[in-house]
Ligand binder design. Structure first.
Ligand code: ADP
Length: 579
C-alpha cells in the first residue's frame, strides 16, 4: 500500500475523468445487461405466439439502439480511463527521471544503465496497464459480475446457485496462480534488465569488440541473456497458460450445469424458454468478469511488482544532498583548503585518499601529478561534491563545503573530466548547452582559447556540425578541446581539469594551458596532468602517491629534489630531446 502513495496524486488529479470513465463503463454494462431481457421477451413472445411485426421491429430497434449506445459509451470510457492511465505513465516516468538525476555519483557506479532503462520502460508500462485496464476489469468484475448474478437470481435462485458452483474453485485457483505469477514476473523483469544492459554495453564498447574480434563472444553473451529472458518468460507462460484455460473450463462447466438443470426447469415450466435463453446470455456476460478476476489479479500483481521497484528508487535518498543548515554562496572563495581529508569508495575498503592537507589561494593554479591510481581524480571529485570525504573537511574561506547550497557550489565550478562526454547535437550546443547564435562572441573566443576555432570552421557545418551518435566522429583530442571550450565558456571562478590535454599533441596542449592561464585571471584552477610541461607554471604543485601527498612545492623547488617529480621531469626532457 505504501507504494500506492506514489500514484495516488495522479488518481486525485484525474478524479473527474476517472468518475466519468467509470460512469460510461457502467452504462455499457447496464446496456449489456439489458440485451438478454430483450432476448427473453422475444423468445417468450415467439413461444407463446404473442408476437406481431410491430413488436418484433421494436425489439430489433432496442437491440440496435443499445448497440449504438454501447459503441459511443465505450469510446468515452476508453478516452477517460485509458487516458488517465497514460497520464499516470507520463507523470511517473518524469518523476523517476527527475529523481534519478538527483542521486549521487556512487548510485550510478553501483546501478546498471540497463536496469534504469527497464524501470523507465517496462515497469512504467506495467503500472499503466494495471491502472488503466485494472480499473476497467475491476469495475466490470464487480458491477457486471454482480449484476449478472442478480439477474440470474431474479430468473431462478436455485439455478443460479448451481451455475455459480464452480466459483469458489475459480477464486481459489486465481489466488494460487496470482501468487505464483507475481514471483515469476519479478524474475522476468530482472532478466529483462540484464538483457538490456548486456546489449547496451556490447554496442557502447563496439570499438573494443571489433578491435579484438569479440563479435562471437558478444553474440554468445547476448544470446545467453536472451535465452535466460526467454526461459523465464516461458516459465511464466506455463503458469498463465494453465490459468486462463482453467478459467474457460470453469465457465463451460457452469454452462453445462445450466443446460442440464435449466433445460429440465424449462421442460417443467418452472422457468420460461425466454428465461432459459436469457439465463445463458447472463452466464456468457459473466464469463468476462470471471476472466477479469484472474486478469486483474495478474495485472495488478505485475503492476505492484513494478511499483515496488520504482518506489525503492524514489525512496533512495541522494547520498549527497543539502543539509538543513546549508546556506548560499555568493562570492568565489578566497581560499580553498583540504583539511585532513580522507576518502574511500567503499567503507569496508582501504582509503583512496589519506590525510590530505592543502591550501589554495584565489587565482592560484594547482598542478597535481603522480602515478596512475594514486588518487588524483578522486581528489578533484571531492571539490564539486561528487563524493564527500570520509573524514576531514574541504573548506571555502574556512566554511565546510557541505554547508554550502549544492547548486551554488556547482555554479562556481567547471569540470573537464578525463573522458569528456558529448551529447548528440551540434558542437555549439555541446559547448553552450543552448541553440547556436552566430553573434555569440564568448563562444568564438572560448573555442579560440581551446585551439579549436579553426578546426570547427573546417567542418562542413561549422558550429552547427552534429556530433555524437548521429554526427561526425571526433578524435579524442577534439573531444577534449570541446570539453575545455565548454569549461572556458561557462566562465566559472573555479576550473577543474582532469588530464585535459592528454590526447592533444604536446605543442597544442601547452598552447591551450597557456591560454587558460592567461584567461583565468582570478580563477582558481586545478590541473591534473602526467605531462609536467602542462603544470610547470602552476603556483603550487603536488605529487600524489598511493592516496598521499608525497611532494609539495613549485616547479623550481621540486625539479631539484630526488623525488618523483624530478625523475619524471628528467625522463620527459629526455623524451623531448629524442624527438
Ligand atoms: P588517478 O586519478 O590518480 O589515476 P583515481 O583517483 O582514479 O586515481 O583512483 C584512485 C584509486 O581509487 C584507485 O585505486 C582506483 O582503483 C580507485 N577507484 C577509483 N574510482 C573508483 C570507484 N568508483 N570505486 C572504487 N574504487 C575506485
Amino acid at each position: 500500500m505504501k507504494s500506492f502513495n506514489l500514484i495516488k496524486p495522479y488518481f486525485i488529479e484525474n478524479r473527474f475523468k476517472i468518475i466519468l470513465g467509470i460512469f460510461f463503463l457502467i452504462i455499457v454494462d447496464l446496456l449489456q445487461l439489458f440485451i438478454p431481457r430483450i432476448i427473453k421477451w422475444t423468445v417468450d413472445d415467439l413461444t407463446y405466439n404473442t408476437i406481431n411485426r410491430e413488436k418484433l421491429f421494436f425489439y430489433a430497434l432496442y437491440i440496435a439502439a443499445a448497440a449504438l449506445c454501447i459503441g459511443i459509451c465505450r469510446y468515452f470510457w476508453r478516452k477517460f480511463l485509458i487516458g488517465t492511465s497514460r497520464r499516470v505513465e507520463e507523470g511517473l516516468r518524469n518523476q523517476i527521471f527527475s529523481h534519478i538525476q538527483t542521486l549521487s555519483q556512487s548510485y550510478f557506479i553501483k546501478t546498471k544503465t540497463g536496469e534504469l532503462m527497464a524501470h523507465a520502460t517496462n515497469d512504467v508500462t506495467n503500472i499503466r496497464m494495471a491502472t488503466g485496464m485494472g480499473m476497467v476489469a475491476f469495475t466490470d468484475a464487480v458491477f457486471l459480475g454482480t449484476s449478472a448474478i442478480g439477474f440470474m437470481i431474479y430468473i431462478n435462485l436455485k439455478l443460479t446457485l448451481y451455475a455459480i458452483l464452480p466459483m469458489p474453485l475459480l477464486i481459489f485457483s486465481a489466488r494460487y496462480f496470482s501468487r505464483k505469477m507475481h514471483r515469476k514476473y519479478r524474475t522476468v523483469q530482472a532478466s529483462f534488465g540484464d538483457l538490456t544492459e548486456v546489449v547496451r554495453e556490447r554496442f557502447a564498447g563496439i570499438r573494443v569488440v571489433k578491435a579484438y574480434t569479440l563479435e562471437d563472444k558478444s553474440y554468445k553473451d547476448v544470446k545467453r541473456s536472451s535465452i535466460d529472458y526467454v526461459s523465464k518468460n516461458i516459465a511464466l507462460t506455463r503458469i498463465t497458460g494453465s490459468f486462463f484455460p482453467l478459467m474457460v473450463l470453469f465457465t463451460n462447466i457452469s454452462l453445462a450445469i445450466v443446460i442440464y438443470f435449466g433445460g429440465r426447469q424449462t421442460i417443467m415450466t418452472t422457468i420460461t424458454t425466454g428465461d432459459f435463453v436469457a439465463f445463458i446470455s447472463y452466464l456468457n456476460l459473466m464469463t468476462w468478469p470471471m476472466m477479469a478476476v484472474g486478469w486483474v489479479i495478474s495485472m495488478i500483481q505485475r503492476g505492484k511488482a513494478s511499483l515496488d521497484r520504482i518506489n525503492t528508487i524514489i525512496q533512495t535518498e541522494p547520498g549527497i544532498n543539502d543539509c538543513p543548515e546549508t546556506s548560499s554562496l555568493k562570492e568565489p572563495p578566497g581560499t580553498i583548503r583540504f583539511d585532513h581529508v580522507t576518502f574511500s569508495y567503499d567503507p569496508n575498503h582501504h582509503h583512496v585518499l589519506h590525510d590530505i592537507n592543502l591550501t589554495l589561494k584565489k587565482g592560484w593554479t594547482l598542478g597535481i601529478t603522480g602515478p596512475p591510481g594514486s588518487g588524483k581524480t578522486t581528489l578533484l571529485n571531492l571539490v564539486p561534491r561528487l563524493f564527500d570525504p570520509a573524514s576531514g573537511r574541504i573548506l571555502f574561506d574556512g566554511r565546510d563545503i557541505r554547508s554550502i547550497k549544492l547548486t551554488d557550489l556547482k555554479a562556481m565550478i567547471s569540470f573537464v573530466s578525463q573522458e569528456p562526454f558529448l551529447f548528440s547535437g551540434t558542437i555549439a550546443e555541446n559547448i553552450t548547452f543552448e541553440p547556436y547564435r552566430s553573434d555569440d562572441n564568448d563562444l568564438i573566443s572560448a573555442t579560440k582559447s581551446a585551439i579549436l576555432y579553426e578546426t570547427i570552421l573546417s567542418f562542413p557545418n561549422g558550429f552547427n556540425t552534429i556530433v555524437g551518435e548521429k554526427g561526425i566522429v571526433l578524435s579524442g583530442g577534439q573531444k577534449q578541446r570541446i570539453a575545455i571550450a565548454r569549461a572556458i565558456y561557462h566562465n566559472t571562478p573555479i576550473l577543474i581539469l582532469d588530464d585535459p590535454v592528454s590526447q592533444v599533441d604536446a605543442e597544442t596542449g601547452s598552447l591551450i594551458i597557456k591560454e587558460i592561464q592567461t584567461l583565468s585571471g582570478g580563477k582558481t584552477v586545478f590541473i591534473v596532468s602526467h605531462r609536467l610541461s602542462t603544470i610547470k607554471n602552476a603556483d603550487l604543485i603536488v605529487v600524489m602517491d598511493n592516496g598521499k601527498i608525497t611532494e609539495t612545492g613549485t616547479h623550481e623547488k621540486l625539479a631539484v629534489t630526488n623525488g618523483y617529480y624530478a625523475k619524471m621531469l628528467k625522463l620527459q626532457q629526455l623524451e623531448e630531446d629524442l624527438l
